[in-house]
Write a protein that binds this ligand. Structure first.
Ligand code: LMR
Length: 408
């Protein structure tokens, strides 16, 4: 018996080597650690810092005066109404029809002819990131030779998204560090010089990270030039409502393009304007020539989604459709969006005032000129590193600060 066991354990532990086969341990030998994400990596570093006075102004997530996340009252009320009333069934591949319908109204207008004529192919997405990624994959599949023009600078993840969708990237000039404003002439030159029929990624409002947007007049000129060149505008609208406090006003760039007859695409997100960061709820829409085309495009978007995540999560969509589908809750939401936007505008003024009071001889006008959730401070990566190592203040290395000024 003992001899038999010893023999079988010897058999179990012996390794049979097939010529040319890898040893079992070497599958991932060549995998190096990934570079830290320039935005979410800041949160990781912040969490790892034991200093009690540390401050995180990195990731774009709204905070109260104590630096704590905020759940909007309209969302709390929607949750109360939903609770006990929901099942856990799958949504369709394109997500919640009700949520998508309400979301389109915000971007295209409450009484949009495009919605009425069913000319918009739209699916619920995993927030704005998911909408951008789905579009990038769609672009690659149906316009395989196209490339995407991305502004300099932009949200760091845009580069990852189109890279992973294997769409070649080009850039267009956007921000002029010397004026801390829009480099409109350079932007227009790059739009003119791009090959006809190019894809451009635009930030619909509250440009991330700079907080610098074209004026209405400049949007009109951009739209005209797009018409001349036959370019396609894909709008990332992650901050609708955060620029002016009014989602309708913040959709102006999109409305200008629609009025001019462009066939555009839009990525929408409820992360910021409804505070649904972790719910990952948003919408991708593509305006088409007619209903038939819209149905075809939607079916292809769904087919792209199916092998990635099958269908989107239900809870966030239910919150959004409950809030926007009820006139009182929608009013409350609009009020709360305005409170958040106004509070940030107030913080801009306070930051500038304090810097000036402290005797800084630099100009801080850009702090109050910029809009949206961020201040693109002008700090260099080395200065940011210094702020972090000396004062435990965490921000992205491009000098972007998310507003958070606790009351004194
Ligand atoms: C940001 O820019 O900080 C946010 O959009 C969060 C993110 O995912 O990067």
């Amino acid at each position: 018996m003992a001899i038999r066991m010893a023999a079988s354990s010897r058999i179990l532990s012996c390794t049979v080597t097939v010529p040319g086969a890898r040893s079992m341990s070497s599958w991932w030998k060549s995998v190096e650690p990934a570079a830290k994400d320039p935005i979410l990596g800041v949160t990781e570093a912040f969490l790892a810092d034991p200093n009690p006075d540390k401050v995180n102004v990195g990731v774009g997530a709204y905070r109260d005066d104590n630096g704590k996340p905020v759940v909007l009252e309209c969302v709390r009320e929607a949750e109360r109404r939903i609770s006990g009333n929901m099942n856990m069934e799958y949504l369709p591949m394109g997500g919640s029809l009700k949520m998508v319908e309400e979301t389109l109204k915000l971007a295209y207008g409450e009484t949009s002819e495009f919605i009425n004529d069913k000319r918009i192919a739209a699916v619920q997405s995993l927030s704005g990131t998911g909408a951008c990624r789905l579009f990038a994959d769609f672009q690659k599949r149906f316009r395989p030779d196209s490339q995407i023009y991305i502004p300099v600078p932009t949200w760091a993840n845009h580069h990852n998204i189109w890279r992973d969708a294997l769409v070649p990237q080009r850039t267009y000039r956007y921000y002029l560090p010397e004026t801390r404003g829009l480099d409109f002439a350079a932007l227009m030159d790059d739009v003119k010089n791009a090959p006809n029929g190019s894809f451009f990624l635009m930030h619909a409002c509250a440009h991330n990270p700079t907080g610098v947007d074209p004026t209405e007049e400049q949007w009109r000129e951009i739209s005209n030039q797009f018409k001349v060149k036959g370019h396609f505008a894909f709008f990332d609208m992650a901050y609708q409502g955060f620029a002016s406090g009014d989602p309708e006003r913040d959709a102006k760039s999109i409305r200008i393009f629609l009025d001019d007859g462009h066939m555009i695409g839009i990525a929408q997100s409820y992360a910021k304007n409804m505070g649904l960061y972790g719910q990952r709820v948003g919408c991708l829409s593509v305006l088409c020539e007619d209903e038939k085309q819209a149905m075809a495009v939607k079916s292809q978007l769904q087919q792209l989604a199916r092998p990635m995540y099958s269908n989107p999560p239900v809870h966030g969509a239910l919150i959004v459709s409950t809030v926007l589908g009820d006139s009182d809750l929608k009013k409350l939401w609009l009020k709360e969006v305005k409170v958040m936007a106004d509070r940030i505008i107030g913080m801009r003024a306070a930051l500038r005032e304090n810097l000036e009071k402290l005797g800084s001889t630099l100009s801080w006008q850009h702090v109050t000129d910029q809009i949206g959730m961020f201040c693109y401070s002008g700090l260099t990566p080395e200065q940011v590193d210094h702020m972090t190592s000396e004062y435990h203040i965490y921000m992205t290395r491009n000098g972007r600060i998310r507003y958070y000024l606790p009351d004194a």
